[in-house]
Design a protein around this ligand. Structure first.
Ligand SMILES: CC(C)(COP(=O)(O)OP(=O)(O)OC[C@H]1O[C@@H](n2cnc3c(N)ncnc32)[C@H](O)[C@@H]1OP(=O)(O)O)[C@@H](O)C(=O)NCCC(=O)NCCS
Length: 165
């Protein structure tokens, strides 16, 4: 397994193996931020197939309450490992470590990530990796489906933070 930064030519494979909702795809949106420098889109590969990804959002979590509470903290966003049969083998941990290395390399004092209140397994993983629950917030996001209808979503989340060396 290796982790690399997303390239434009990876997008078709990402969508094929890890389909996302909406158009443009979430992979394309993340790559656009990667290309403009506001994000770093990390992809885990196994035998030439993308098996996981996450994005480091350098401008932090979009929620205003998190911006206020944790200014200057980049956010690990959209962490996922596919297919489910490949979970619990260290890929998620490796993606988080790769995100932390990049944040440390840029001199960030800390890094954070949000987890839905109904995702205790992911929260337990983050706590094991040194993250502590810090601030509750509503993660508001939207996507456009294949016929152009915009769907708005608000998820109750907790923002966890970790100080970096
Ligand atoms: C949450 C998620 C990204 C974690 O990725 P992952 O690759 O499964 O994470 P890891 O393998 O690093 O760690 C998870 C578990 O594997 C265990 N583990 C890690 N490396 C291992 C190894 N080499 N051998 C056996 N077990 C291992 C960990 O102890 C941990 O234990 P758990 O099963 O009790 O949780 C993944 O489960 C996922 O995509 N879930 C669905 C989407 C999601 O919830 N995303 C998070 C949004 S906040």
């Amino acid at each position: 397994m290796k982790i690399s930064e997303c390239r434009e030519e990876d997008l078709a494979l990402l969508e094929q193996h890890m389909p996302t909702l909406g158009a443009p795809s979430r992979h394309a949106l993340r790559f656009a931020r990667h290309a403009e420098g506001t994000g770093t889109y990390l992809v885990a590969w196994y035998e030439g197939v993308p098996v996981g990804s996450c994005e480091v959002r350098w401008d932090g979590c979009a929620a205003p309450e998190i911006q206020a509470a944790h200014p200057g903290y980049p956010e690990v966003n959209g962490l996922g490992v596919w297919p489910g049969t490949l979970r619990s083998q260290g890929i998620g941990t490796a993606l988080i470590r790769a995100a932390e290395e990049r944040a440390s390399g840029r001199g960030a004092a800390g890094i954070g990530l949000g987890v839905e209140k109904n995702n205790p397994r992911a929260e337990a993983l983050y706590k094991r990796l040194g993250y502590r629950p810090a601030t509750p917030y509503l993660d508001c996001w939207s996507y456009q489906d294949g016929v152009g209808v915009t769907h708005r979503v608000a998820d109750a989340c907790t923002f966890l933070v970790k100080e970096l060396p």
